[in-house]
Design a binder for this molecule. Structure first.
Ligand SMILES: *Cc1c(COP(=O)(O)O)cnc(C)c1O
Length: 408
């Protein structure tokens, strides 16, 4: 391994160095292979080396890689239409990452409030345990001290309420509120599901106070939950939506979507050199071509249900453990940091890549193309780790055959 000495240590890296991928598998130079159940944190939506994505990028690279937004970009127009046709929105702004999509959403909401109600209406209500990105706008919205401490001052105009607490949101929102920014399922914060009625309640509060409801779907979007966007399975339609991670299947691309009446950004207000360039758009077109298919999305929901059920059986053997999530974005919360870390390490030793969030939760986010055999392989590994570390209490024994038949 070459070592990463010259790279700034902004990540605590595992001692593996994949150089090639195929489907749900990663390979290193030493000949090791890994089952990838984290997929670049919900980013390699089509797995590695998907022929449709590879071909689209290869072909576009030979035609035109970059073209300035000084000009019309036909492929950008086409992809924007694919997105608007598949959602409740009419306008798309393209950028290159999740944090930029959130920045664009915050600027859009403030501009809309400024245009319609004046400069006093500029506050953004966000939530504890949220994660919206690392640049100053989205960092200011991220309601976790660990990300913000040492980087202050944050941008003014951000307030927080506990995620899931509608009463607290009601107290925090007012005529000064330009936007409410929320992840429909909190990703980095631990795969936290909003309690029943919370998102609907925020929708009503936004309507009452003339604030825009922004769903940050950077992690939950692009088919991850078995819907193209998670909101489509929740019965609550936001005014603004952010997307990135899985949208380009690994190509750096982000998007901010809104409705015509809120599309307050005018020429000169905002921009991005790379945003929506032909190479990125070719990737998004290929991803949407696969992920936008209702049959594919149904399969994601089905595989998610299989994984969830089997994980619940495993969780049943660990006191207080629980499984949270939707589709193929799942968290196994072991409630015990030592146990979670030990299981994580065991998986790594066995060549199964997952990741640990919030100290106690193992996050699973395999490629959306993952096969049932691969799901079984991951479950076998997790189950063996739990067997070894927790033991198999008499009477709660779940025979392997039973888990297998649930997965079959
Ligand atoms: C990952 C993530 C971001 C930030 O995305 P980057 O591409 O890393 O800037 C923002 N919001 C959510 C919900 C995320 O999961």
């Amino acid at each position: 391994m070459s070592g990463m000495k010259a790279v700034m240590e902004t990540y605590k890296r595992m001692k593996i160095a994949p150089t090639k991928g195929k489907g749900s598998w990663l390979f290193d130079e030493a000949g090791n292979q890994y089952l990838d159940f984290i997929a670049g944190i919900a980013t390699n939506s089509l797995g590695h080396g998907h022929p449709a994505l590879v071909e689209a990028i290869r072909e576009q690279a030979g035609e035109l890689i970059h073209c300035s937004n000084l000009y019309e970009i036909p492929l950008q127009a086409e992809v924007a239409e694919m997105l608007t046709e598949a959602t409740d929105f009419d306008k798309v702004f393209f950028c290159n990452s999740g944090t930029e999509a959130v920045e664009a959403a915050i600027k859009l909401a403030r501009k809309h409030a400024y245009d319609t109600r004046g400069p006093e209406k500029n506050e953004v209500l966000a939530f504890t345990k949220s994660f919206h990105g690392r640049t100053y706008g989205s960092l200011s919205a991220t309601g976790q001290a660990t990300y913000q401490d040492a980087f202050g001052p944050m941008l003014p105009g951000f307030v927080y309420a506990p995620f899931g607490d509608l009463e607290a949101a009601k107290t925090a929102i007012g005529p000064q509120t330009a936007a409410v920014l929320v992840e429909p399922i909190q990703g980095e914060g631990g795969i936290n599901i909003a309690p029943e009625g919370f998102l609907q309640g925020l929708r009503e509060l936004c309507d009452e106070h003339g604030a825009l409801l922004i769903f940050d779907e950077v992690q939950t979007g692009a088919g991850r939950t078995g819907h193209l966007y998670a909101y489509q399975g929740m019965g609550v339609v936001p005014d603004v939506l952010t997307s990135a991670k899985g949208l380009g299947g690994g190509m750096p691309v982000g998007a901010m979507l809104t409705r015509e009446e809120y599309a307050a950004l005018a020429p000169g207000n905002h921009g991005s050199t790379f945003g929506g360039n032909p190479l990125a758009m070719a990737a998004v077109k290929a991803v949407l071509g696969v992920v936008g298919d209702p049959v594919f999305l149904e399969e994601v929901r089905f595989k998610g249900a299989i994984l969830t059920n089997a994980l619940r059986m495993i969780a049943g053997r660990v006191p207080n453990a629980e499984v949270r999530g939707e589709g193929l974005l799942l968290g196994l919360d072991l409630k015990d940091p030592d146990l979670a870390n030990a299981i994580f390490q065991k998986c790594l030793e066995e060549g199964v890549l997952v990741n640990l969030i919030g100290g106690t939760t193992i996050r699973l986010a395999p490629p959306l193309t993952v096969t049932k055999t691969e799901i079984r392989h991951c479950l076998d590994t997790l189950r063996a780790a739990v067997d070894e570390l927790v033991g198999v209490p008499f009477g709660v024994l779940v025979p392997a055959a039973e888990v297998h038949s649930a997965v079959a």
